[in-house]
Write a protein that binds this ligand. Structure first.
Ligand code: NAP
Length: 432
């Protein structure tokens, strides 16, 4: 019997478990570990609460978790409760599927002022991530700025722009809904350091902005090249650019405005004791398509600044790490140690991108650790013994179902659940 430990229960972890189960059949036991008693990582804590159709992919992961060869082991932090070296002693292979939960920094003066937050913090706050339950982003001013031109920037800007009514059917947490309901924000400036042709926003997500109840997207047509220049663009990007151009035709008659400022690179953030404005430099594209400063600057008022410029993975002691992810070659970090998903590739691609990624690494593992070789490692039995000796009480998939049922039973009308946002509350449901 082969024993595999997958660290992280987000999409990358679950697709890899599914792939390993298919590859090894009954010859393997697969444990999916998570530091929380609740699984699904990015699906629960990252995907926007008003994108329930995307979150529905967790039903597929439920099937994996319920299958005979797979177990979920929650409430265990790798690097604190147990080391990677100890896991490698207990398991035939260890696969790091830890995602990329940390915000990249802009690296400009003023970034540490109160009121400047990263998208991981803001997204975690409205999605009920326990680390960010007390974030309390300041929504009492009239202006906010979101830095970045990717889908996460769009998520953050849209959540700031929506009315309470528009969150019906979502699983946004109560503390965020209440705060956003009382928000004074009327202008949300979305800052892109390059132009409309360089955005990383996809059409479906961009299209939503044109149909918001109380907010209208605003663009300056002067930022766009002649329309013929859109022709050679890749079809998805062309569609996004066409949508952006179309925003110019929308009536500017709603109380909130989402201003797209292109060619605007943040150079510093200013304010007396808290953020009041972000100073940006106008840019142009250089020969390689990168943003080059022109020396001309202007100020964007903002009492809340959200940076949405990408993420990085958490380093783990003794695992080689560089450029925000684990050093790996085709998913292999070292003998019997692998990485998948954002921990392998960096924070790009959709949820579905993790499926071929997980299957590829599972194929590689199968080639390196054949199914017919009998492994001699202990797997979960040894892990549980080790954890017990350290006073760590792991949770299982049934525990998660109890938490989920309780969350569903507490749901406000129209919401699929009311999430618990603190680790101790999850444990309380389990009577601990
Ligand atoms: P992203 O797509 O890589 O976008 C990052 C943005 O930040 C880019 O516009 C980038 O501009 C900008 N940026 C980076 N460094 C900057 C700096 N120093 N100053 C100013 N701007 C800077 O990352 P993301 O938005 O975090 O999304 C991560 C992945 O998740 C993406 O693949 C995304 O599509 C996916 N996602 C999908 C959905 C969905 O499907 N609904 C929702 C959320 C996220 P440059 O291009 O100039 O570098």
């Amino acid at each position: 019997m082969r024993h595999f430990a997958i660290v992280g229960s987000g999409p990358a972890g679950f697709y890899t478990a599914e792939a390993l189960e298919k590859a090894y059949g009954e010859a393997a036991r697969i444990d999916i570990l998570d530091r929380y008693p609740v699984p699904y990582g990015l699906i629960r804590f990252g995907v926007a609460p008003d994108h329930q159709s995307l979150k529905a992919v967790s039903k597929r992961y439920d099937k994996v978790a319920e299958s005979a060869g797979v177990d979920f082991i929650g409430n265990v932090t790798i690097g604190r409760d147990v080391s990677v070296a100890e896991l490698l002693d207990l398991y035939d292979a260890v696969i790091l599927a830890t995602g990329a939960p940390h915000d990249r920094k802009l690296g400009i003066p003023g970034e540490d002022l109160p009121g400047v937050i990263g998208s991981a913090e803001f997204v975690g706050w409205y999605n009920g991530h326990p680390e960010f339950a007390d974030l309390d982003p300041f929504v009492g001013g009239s202006h906010a700025a979101v830095v970045g031109n990717g889908n996460v920037a769009l998520d953050c800007a849209r959540i700031l722009a929506k009315t309470c009514h528009e969150f019906e059917g979502s699983d946004i947490v109560g503390h965020a809904l209440d705060a956003l309901d009382g928000s004074a924000i009327r202008t949300i400036t979305i800052l892109g350091r390059r132009g409309p042709h360089q955005i990383a926003m996809t059409p479906k997500e961009l299209g939503e902005l044109g149909h918001l109840e109380a907010a209208v997207p605003v663009i300056d047509p002067a930022d766009f090249p002649p329309v013929e220049a859109d022709e050679p663009l890749e079809p998805g990007l062309r569609k996004s650019v066409t949508l952006l151009r179309g925003f110019a035709d929308l009536a500017d008659d709603k109380p909130k405005r989402m201003m797209f400022d292109f060619f605007a690179k943040p150079v510093r953030i200013e304010g007396e004791g808290k953020v009041e404005r972000i100073v940006v430099e106008r840019t142009e594209l250089d020969e390689k398509g990168a943003a080059r400063g022109t020396g001309e600057t202007y100020e964007v008022p903002a009492s809340l600044v959200i940076t949405a410029i990408g993420y990085s993975t958490s380093p783990i002691e003794e695992v080689p790490f560089e450029g925000g992810k684990f050093v790996n070659e085709g998913g292999r970090i070292a003998d019997r140690l692998y990485a998948v998903g954002w921990a392998r590739r960096g924070p790009t691609g959709t949820i579905g991108t993790n499926r071929p990624d997980g299957y590829e690494v599972a194929d590689r593992i199968l080639a390196e650790l054949p199914a017919d070789d009998t492994g001699e490692r202990e797997g979960a039995a040894g892990l549980k013994r080790l954890l017990e000796s350290r006073g760590v009480m792991p949770t299982d998939y049934d525990d998660w179902r109890r938490i989920e049922e309780t969350e569903v039973s507490r749901a406000r009308p129209g919401s699929p659940r009311e999430k618990f946002v603190r680790h101790e509350d999850w444990l309380k449901v389990l009577g601990r």
